[in-house]
Design a protein around this ligand. Structure first.
Ligand code: FES
Ligand code: MG
Length: 585
């Protein structure tokens, strides 16, 4: 079935053509407007194509090196079809494509760059409203953050998840099964031929990772915020419903411009709380605990890391999706998709929150149904009785750190063990391959200098590989702590985003191998058996690894990046408004 909804009827327009932002470029009788019109005619457009029409910017994050957005090159034509149909004028604006698999050291380094690019493209061109085409991990928060700050009407159009993976009769999930089968290969249980077959079977179509990784978490959250058309975020990229949804986005944004429905009308504490509920019900990616904070702060809705934990107590995990559960996004879509999951959460959601469709969240899910109670569980038969998030504090993480309890082996949720500390990724990588490494399953592995500044860009190194020696003994999970992030498709007892990070003198920097660490997830604590004075004393002699970037983006990044608990935005980008409209001269 098709969970994308019929287009909603046009409401009474609040704007006249003369009030459109683009009127200043095209509509007036002066020298500059003459130039804009003649240059539009130069491209083969007629006056009736663009005069007096809402000009819709389509932020397209397509690239030859982004497999998750491979279909955007043609999908944009479906968006344009919808815009033309509704009487708008489409302008495609290519923007930097943050390709999760290929871009190093991490796409996270560039999230704020895409946010800046989105905001400034919309500001500097004659744009009245926007369709944001994103989906691969950071492209969602990035484009949304920029568009929130610009505060023009916009619709977010998710790329959609790829098809299920297959290998020898087994269903494979993006990321999660890469780690899982790599561990089996390291343990000697899989040969080179099998590994090759997995490589060819795990990613079978365009579209984003089809586990509940960062991509699907962020697009689902964006839908919960009211920023997509109802049902859009679970439609698989290769499903015929996807181009139909794309043209629907095109039609709807034209109406939104006439109605002057802006992100500031949609994003409120209520819509952000809806996103917090959904994040927990999905056992969504830990990355969302950075991105949602950053998105909300752009909208001047303050939320804290602690909010994630507070809302985790109010909803169970009901999406049975990998890495915390069994199924994949295609199954989720067929089971009713995100609208069906939202329907299950009806009792707690703010149903009066507005969506870009011009209807309330309650109206958007009114007729939604669950078609498979195993994929989308009833509230009384959840995957986990509390939500997918825990925020821990303690003398190792004064500003907090995050973990996903449903993805960890339960015996590790309350554990004391000796630290095994690594100063960088290369050191850690070498150590875990060493068959004689001094390590037991009780050890707590620590990777530091992998945070927003230390990485730089907070790479997804937080699921430290289990040492080969332990893999051969059958160990598949152990406690790991870092100031890094981990992929949303990762799993295990990984404690992430430790703030403040080691590279700016956070307490992780004071840690030594052999120090006893206690992690107590039930009581939300993470502590090392050292007094405050001992920690302070050790930090006195701490010298961070050199990170002097003489110029360029890296320099700006390290000077302005915020820590994980406040969303890793640049200090000068938070909030919205305050920038004058460009002069047209
Ligand atoms: Fe693009 Fe996972 S790599 S969504
Ligand atoms: Mg990812």
């Amino acid at each position: 079935q098709d969970t994308a909804r019929e287009d909603t009827p046009r409401k009474t327009a609040k704007k006249s053509p003369e009030e459109l932002r683009s009127h200043r470029w095209y509509g007036v009788d002066d020298l500059r407007a003459f130039g804009h019109r003649s240059r539009a005619l130069q491209m083969g457009y007629d006056h009736q194509d663009f005069m007096g029409k809402p000009i819709i910017g389509i932020i397209n994050t397509w690239s030859d090196i982004n497999p998750c957005h491979a279909h955007f090159r043609v999908r944009v034509e479906d968006v344009k079809r919808g815009i033309w149909q509704a009487g708008g004028f489409p302008i495609e604006l290519p923007a930097i494509s943050l390709s999760e698999p290929f871009q190093k050291p991490s796409t996270m380094l560039y999230r704020n760059l895409l946010a800046m690019e989105t905001e400034e493209l919309l500001r500097s061109y004659p744009i009245d409203g926007a369709v944001l085409m994103g989906g691969c991990d950071k492209t969602t928060p990035a484009t949304v953050m920029g568009a929130i700050s610009m505060n023009l009407p916009f619709v977010f159009m998710p790329a959609g998840p790829m098809m299920r993976g297959h290998y020898a009769g087994t269903i494979l999930g993006s990321g999660s099964d890469t780690w899982k089968y790599w561990a089996e290969r390291e343990a000697g249980n899989i040969d080179a031929q099998e590994w090759k077959e997995i490589e060819a079977g795990i990613a079978r179509s365009h579209g984003t990772c089809m586990t509940m990784g960062t991509a699907s978490t962020m697009t689902s959250i964006t839908e919960a915020l009211g920023l997509t058309l109802p049902g859009a975020s679970s439609i698989p990229a290769a499903d015929a419903a996807h181009p139909r949804m794309a043209s629907s986005c095109g039609r709807r944004i034209v109406e939104m411009v006439w109605d002057d429905l802006k992100p500031s009308d949609i994003l409120t504490r209520k819509s952000v709380e809806n996103a917090l509920y959904v994040h927990n019900a999905l056992a969504g990616s830990t990355n969302a605990m950075i991105h949602l904070v950053a998105m909300a702060r752009r909208a001047d809705v303050p939320i804290s890391l602690q909010d994630f934990d507070d809302y985790a107590q109010k909803v169970p995990v009901i999406a049975n999706l990998r890495p915390s559960g069994a199924w994949l996004m295609e199954d989720f879509h067929i089971a009713g998709g995100i609208r069906a999951l939202l329907k299950r959460l009806e009792g707690v959601l703010h149903l009066d929150a507005l969506t870009v469709a011009g209807i309330s969240m309650g109206e958007a899910i009114a007729d939604a149904r669950v078609y498979d109670d195993d994929v989308i569980r009833p509230l009384d038969n959840p995957i986990s009785s509390s939500g997918g998030t825990a925020i821990l504090y303690g003398n190792l993480a004064p500003k907090g750190c995050v973990m996903k309890p449903p993805a960890a082996e339960p015996h590790l949720l309350q554990h004391t063990g000796p630290a095994l500390v690594f100063d960088n990724y290369a050191q850690m990588k070498k150590a875990v391959a060493d068959p004689d490494l001094d390590v037991t399953a009780d050890h707590i592995m620590v990777l530091r200098h992998a945070g927003p500044i230390g990485g730089p860009g907070m790479p997804e190194w937080g699921m430290l590989p289990i040492p080969k020696k332990l893999l051969k003994q059958g160990v598949r999970d152990m406690l790991r702590i870092s100031d890094a992030r981990m992929s949303g498709t990762s799993y295990g007892a990984c404690i992430l985003h430790v703030a403040p990070e080691a590279a700016i003198g956070g307490p992780l920097a004071a840690l030594r191998t052999g120090d006893m660490i206690t992690v107590d997830v039930h009581n939300r604590r993470i502590d090392v058996a050292l007094s405050d004075a001992e920690i302070a004393d050790r930090l006195k002699g701490y010298v961070p690894p050199p990170r002097d970037y003489p110029r360029g983006y890296y320099k700006m990044y390290t000077q302005h990046i915020a820590q994980a608990d406040t969303g890793c935005d640049f200090d000068f980008l938070e909030g919205s408004g305050g920038i004058p409209e460009p002069e047209i001269n």
